[in-house]
Design a binder for this molecule. Structure first.
Ligand SMILES: [Zn+2]
Length: 94
């Protein structure tokens, strides 16, 4: 079982959290093309390396936060609150 760090509560078991998908996705302008809108709705990164993700501490403080996680090793490279800038992390751990 993974353990995830909540920026408000500290490290907890994975069972307390819910995955919220990729983070740092920007909604396109309303005048965008259908292809741009479809890309926004349906296309997400699936890297073999560092992935920036949203997590909800559902059975804890109930707050959303961001993680930078390596998808191969599951190493947590960064944990930060919503609204904080995306950290510059590299995923050369694998
Ligand atoms: Zn929490």
């Amino acid at each position: 079982m993974m353990q995830l760090p909540c920026p408000y509560c500290g490290v907890r078991d994975e069972d307390e959290f819910r995955f919220g998908g990729q983070s740092h996705i920007t909604r396109p302008d309303l005048n965008c093309s259908d292809a741009e809108w479809a890309d926004y709705l349906f296309c997400r990164d699936n890297p073999q390396g560092v992935h920036f993700e949203r997590w909800l501490h559902a059975f804890g403080c109930g707050r959303w936060f961001n993680l930078a996680r390596h998808t191969v090793t599951h190493e947590i490279l960064a944990c930060y609150r919503m609204g904080e800038p995306k950290p510059n992390v590299t995923g050369d751990a694998a």
